[in-house]
Write a protein that binds this ligand. Structure first.
Ligand SMILES: [Zn+2]
Length: 164
């Protein structure tokens, strides 16, 4: 078992699709009409929840404030609390609806902290299953097939209506 993998599973960060200029998270934030295409699971006035395009495990998603900042410590405390509330809902959804055995929850702050998109903070929720380490090692450098990705998105989108 490679614990380094277990404790930092969100290295493959969200990577911008082609033709998105500027901050990809601000792009998603302001594209409410395109939620299906952008794989958004949920949005409200403070935050949105979106699938990670390069998931570490199937069902990997992120909770992201609309407010563009790279400084967690400067985030409006109300927004931070809201992210926490959504994290609880997300964990419940993964456990009850998606059959996970565990979840890795975390933020990479700054490039040095491993963030793929450092300019706009985001909280990762990475589903885990018993004995999935071999699986994760094997897919760590491989993209999940897009058909599977779409299927998982549709499943989580359905669950999101119930849990968020
Ligand atoms: Zn942004």
């Amino acid at each position: 078992m490679d614990n380094a993998i277990l404790y930092a599973p969100w290295r493959n960060d969200y990577v911008a699709g082609e033709k998105i200029e500027g901050c990809v998270f601000c792009h998603i934030s302001s594209s409410a009409g395109n939620d299906e295409e952008l794989h958004v699971l949920y949005r409200d006035e403070h935050c949105f929840v979106v699938m990670n395009r390069y998931p570490y495990t199937p069902g990997h998603f992120m909770i992201i404030p609309h407010h563009h900042t790279d400084a967690l410590e400067a985030l409006d405390p109300q927004t931070w609390l809201h992210i926490s509330v959504l994290a609880q809902k997300g964990v419940r959804m993964l456990k009850e609806g998606f059959g996970v055995h565990g979840v890795n929850l975390g933020m990479n702050l700054g490039k040095a902290g491993g963030a793929g998109i450092a300019e706009h903070i985001h909280l990762h929720l990475v589903p885990r299953w018993e004995r999935d380490t071999n699986f994760i090692t094997s897919i760590a450098h491989t993209r999940v097939y897009s058909t599977d990705f779409e299927k998982i998105y549709r499943r989580l989108k359905e669950l999101s209506k119930e849990y968020f």
